[in-house]
Design a protein around this ligand. Sequence first.
Ligand code: GLN
Length: 195
Amino acid sequence: MEIGVLGLQGAVREHLKSLSLLGVDAVAVKKAADLSPISGLVFPGGESTAIALLCSGGMLDELRRRARAGFPFFGTCAGMILLAKEIEGHDEAYIPAIDIAVARNASGRQVESFETSLDVEGIGNDVPAVFIRAPYIRRVGKGVTVLARHAGIPVAARQGNVLVTSFHPELTDDLRVHRHFVSMVEASSRKEVSA
Ligand code: GLN
């Protein structure tokens, strides 16, 4: 089983490393053709506007098609913005894959970055969470489960095969969030095989 990390901009290497430490074949995905062998895709943090701009050659269309088909996606920070159905102050979403509305840069400026630990439903307690100009979730749709909150604000959520976090688990040594995504991908691949 291979899991891809969208490798256009941002914390790509860190996600590849976390996945590799879990024994997963992790590959950087730069163009639409790179998507064919993978069973799940991580959208890293970075700058959502830059990542979207670099999605060329039918990549965005293919990602939208996969979102509609229920392909496993995991978005961290900017990655969460790319996957949100609604982005405050933007007319359009990029790859609407999860029914949430997000506010960009809601955790503050770069200098206000912080680390805390959070209890994340289905994943564990005291999960270290790094926030860097992070988006906050302002609204969740009916089909969405909030997995963690910081100061009462939702910062991790799941809908079907889509997992999002405002924070950066790939910048810590704790592999539990990645392990959770890997098991989501495994479960979804098993379903495909038996279908
Ligand atoms: N502020 C960035 C954005 O809006 C996200 C920051 C991050 O990924 N650390 O895309």
